[in-house]
Design a protein around this ligand. Sequence first.
Ligand code: PLP
Length: 370
Amino acid sequence: MGPDERALLLDAFDSNWVAPLGPHVDAFERELAAAVGVAHAAALSSGTAALHLALLLVGVKPGDVVLTSTLTFAATANAITYAGAEPVFIDSDRVSWNMDPHLLAGELDALKARGKKPAAVLAVDLYGQCADWDPITEACARHDVPLIEDAAEALGATYKGKPAGAFGRMAAFSFNGNKIITTAGGGMLVSADEALVKRARFLATQARDPAPHYEHSHIGYNYRLSNLLAAVGRGQLRVLSERVRQRRANRAFYRDAFREVPGITFAPEAPYGESNGWLTVVNVAPAEFGATREDIRVHLESLDIEARPVWKPMHLQPVFRSARTVGGPVAASIFDTGLCLPSGSSLSADDRARVVEAVLSTPKRAKGAP
Ligand SMILES: Cc1ncc(COP(=O)(O)O)c(C=O)c1O
C-alpha cells in the first residue's frame, strides 16, 4: 500500500460513505473499465462473486454443462456449481498452460454431434498469462456458446496488444489479498454490454426492484464492494503498471539466476502476449536437478520461505471426482513438477537472492533413488 491508497481511504472514511456503494465505488468502476479498455464495470465483493453473476447473466441454469479450464484455482469451478451447473474440465496446452483451444473445439464438436450444447465456456488466464483467446473465441462463436473470461489473476496482462478482461461477453477480476493489486477482498465484472453490467449491479444488491419499499421479484445476492475498499482499489490501480514491472523483474531475476541450472525451467510465456508476471513458476525435472519440486518446497519451508505447488487441477480434486474431463495429463504433469516461487511486488534483490540460494542448496537425492 502506498500514500494514494491511504489518502483515498481516509477520504472515503471522512466522507462517511461507509457502505457497499458510494462515490469511490463509482469512480473505481470507471477507472478500472478505462484501464482495461472495456466500457462497463461493476465493483463486487470478490472475483468469485463476479464469476457467479457472469454465469447467471449468460443464462446458466441448474443441470447445465459449463466447459472450463482444469488448471485453475477452485473458485472458477465453484462458481459453476453455485449456478447449479456441472463443470466439464478441459486440459491445458503446453504453450501457455491455459485451456487447450483444440481440445475445447473438439469437445464442442463432439457435444454438437450428440445434439448437446454447453451453457457457457469459462476460460482462465492462468498465473497472469492470457489464454489463447482467438481460437477460443472462434470456437465459441461457431457453436453460439457464451464465453466468459476468468481474468482474476491477469489484470495488466495483454493478448495481441489487448488487455486481459477484454475477451468474452464478460470478464471477472479479483482484488483478493494475493493478487497483483488488492482491496483486501474484492472483484470486478467487466463487459462491453451495458445491460449485462446493470443487471449484475441489480443482482448484487439483493435484486431490489424499483419501488419505495423493498420489493423483490428475483433472488438477489449481497455482492457489492464497500466504498472504503473501492477507495483503496483506486489507489492500487494507479500503481498497477509499476506492480507489473516489479513482478516481471522478479521473473527476470530468477530466470537469470537459474539459466545454467539443469532441471529448472520456467512456465512458458506465449508469443501472443505479455504476462503481468503475477507469479513466477518453475518446472522442476527431478532427474536433472537431483530433487523434486516437493523436495525444494520443503527445503524452502525449513528456511522460512514460502513456495507453493502449482494449482492442483480441478479434475484431480476429490470434490470434482465425478466431473467429466477432456484430456488431463498435461495439467497433471504441470502440477507434479511446477512450483510457484516467492513473487511479491515488494521482494528486494536480497530476498530474491536468498530464494535462489535456498533452491540451489536443496539436498539432492542419490542417483537412482525414488
Ligand atoms: C483463477 C481465479 N479465479 C477466481 C478467483 C477468485 O477470486 P476471489 O478470491 O476474489 O473470489 C481467483 C483468486 O482468488 C483465481 O485465482
